[in-house]
Design a protein around this ligand. Structure first.
Ligand code: NAP
Ligand code: MG
Length: 479
């Protein structure tokens, strides 16, 4: 496959000639050497995106035709689903089972925004006086998309699909651990017939290529998904050029089991909530809040389930727990586990690197459950981004909701109860961008996703995402 930068519909090595290795975290093998773009390459990509944005080829392309290009890209991606899912597994370590779900959602997202392209409209407004007043929704311009390694192509599509549908052009900077599926997708963009410069990919480091994109005076908007810390840096850098930003950041999402829940379903939901995607999921239900009267029962079932969930070869179709994305991430997660033990939480399942790993190599961590966690402990406060669950208990509704909101984050939450009034009351009281009731970890292109509080602002997905890629222009006509 192509491992150069994709700029103006051409494959180009980085100006510096430098490359960086991409490692398969399940085998520890270097699987590619990818171009290390930096500021000069970002300049070239932004210039291509700007020229395309201003050109007839894009500006005067009918919205319907833009939609058809996105739909074409969706069809091409669907045609290579298995291959691209394997590539996602190869650089990320997630199971093939999960990669197929991820790439299927990417196809859906492309189709969803293909459908929106010719339905982005303004309003006519009833103002006082002899005027006709209407609004136009115009594309914001050149969009820089900066994405993390956990759902590499999917999260990228949450940005480039609505941006392109709205008539923007895009420069995508994938995460250094996982640049390969963005490059594979660029091949499909070329094949679909997008004009040069509409979609560009600059691989490279966050503090080099990423920061150059954020600082660039000719980029109108940055759409970022990643850590809260880097999100804050991006806000500061973007201020210099009054850039618009959308930030999807970290989380420490509460999953609340009330005593009157269907406990079997709740335990299953708690498990997929934390172990799906190896827990490297921004909305992972990493704090399980259990009503005290059912606590023992729930923890017993959870520990049993976690012990059965053994990590394996991600390419094996039966594996449900893959390798963490990198050695560094494995070390970070093991560090948090150590802290949990040191601060007095009770380890009831897992807790170690898998030894020996499934095929003798790779960065695997056991499905881990801590009981008797208190809200002050590090593992109850900080995002671990690994397969580690912290169980806390509460005595009544008020205490449960209070505990749920006791976090700087507000990305998602789960509620398990058979009482519909309790469920909806809790959904209102919890400060989070997504609330699942008797479900966890479901996503759809049509359902907006994003955070409250330190989990960011702006929304991906749904019609709400389009607002982040358009400017509103108000036109007054004197009658
Ligand atoms: P990260 O370190 O914040 O990196 C995210 C992206 O930003 C990467 O492409 C990274 O490039 C780039 N970057 C790093 N420093 C930068 C800088 N100074 N300027 C511009 N770009 C920069 O996050 P990560 O470690 O990849 O991912 C894990 C985090 O993402 C977790 O905290 C998780 O919660 C969050 N996340 C949130 C969501 C959501 O929807 N809310 C979804 C997924 C993940 P390099 O890879 O080259 O460093
Ligand atoms: Mg990083």
């Amino acid at each position: 496959m192509n491992t150069d930068l994709f700029i103006n519909n051409e494959w180009r090595p980085a100006a510096s000639g430098k490359r960086f290795p991409v490692v398969n975290p399940a085998t520890e093998e270097v699987i590619a050497e990818v171009a290390a773009g930096d500021a000069g390459d970002v300049d070239n990509a932004v210039a291509a995106a700007r020229t395309c944005f201003e050109s007839d080829a894009w500006r005067n392309l009918s919205a319907r035709k833009r939609g058809r290009l996105l739909a074409k890209a969706a069809d091409l991606l669907e045609g290579r689903l298995e291959e691209i899912a394997r590539l996602e597994t190869a650089h990320n370590g997630k199971t093939l089972f999960e990669s197929k779900i991820e790439i299927t959602m990417t196809v859906n997202t492309l189709r969803y925004y293909a459908g929106w392209a010719d339905k982005i409209t303004g309003d006519t407004l009833p103002v006082d006086g002899p005027f006709l007043v209407y609004t136009l929704r115009e594309p914001i311009g050149v969009v820089g998309a900066i994405v993390p390694w956990n759902f590499p192509l999917n999260i990228a599509s949450w940005k480039f699909a609505p941006a392109l549908a709205a008539g923007c052009t895009v420069v995508l900077k994938p995460a250094s651990e996982t640049p390969l599926t963005a490059l594979a997708f660029a091949e499909l963009v070329l094949e679909a017939g997008f004009p040069p410069g509409a979609f560009n990919v600059v691989t490279g480091g966050g503090s080099t290529a990423g920061a150059a994109l954020v600082r660039h005076p000719d980029v109108d908007k940055i759409s970022f998904t990643g850590s809260t810390e880097v999100g804050r840096q991006i806000m500061r850098m973007a201020a210099e050029t009054n850039k618009r930003v959308t930030l999807e950041l970290g989380g420490k999402s509460p999953n609340i089991i009330f005593a009157d829940a269907d406990l079997k379903a709740a335990v299953r939901g708690a498990q997929t909530g934390i172990f799906y995607g190896k827990g490297e999921v921004c909305a992972a239900g990493s704090r399980l809040l259990v009503e005290r009267s059912v606590h023992d029962q729930v923890v017993e079932q959870l520990a049993e389930g976690a012990k059965k969930l053994t990590p394996g070869d991600p390419l094996d179709k039966n594996t449900r727990l893959g390798a963490l994305v990198s050695k560094r991430q494995q070390e970070t997660v093991l560090g948090y586990i150590k802290k949990g033990v040191a601060e007095g939480a009770a380890l009831v399942a897992g807790g170690k690197a898998v030894s020996p790993p499934p095929n003798g190599k790779g960065y695997f961590v056991e499905a881990t459950v801590f009981d008797q966690v208190s809200p002050e402990m590090t593992i109850a406060r900080e995002e671990i981004f690994g397969p580690v669950l912290a169980v806390l208990s509460f005595d009544d509704f008020e205490q449960g909701v209070k505990l749920a909101n006791q976090s700087m984050y507000g990305l998602a939450a789960g509620i398990w109860t058979k009482d519909i009034q309790k469920a909806h009351r809790a959904a209102r009281a919890i400060r989070a961008g997504t609330v699942w009731i008797n479900a966890y970890n479901f996503y759809d292109s049509g359902a907006p996703f994003g955070g409250f509080k330190a989990s960011g602002f702006g929304r991906d997905l749904g019609k709400e995402a389009l607002d982040g890629y358009t400017e509103v222009k108000t036109v007054w006509v004197g009658l």
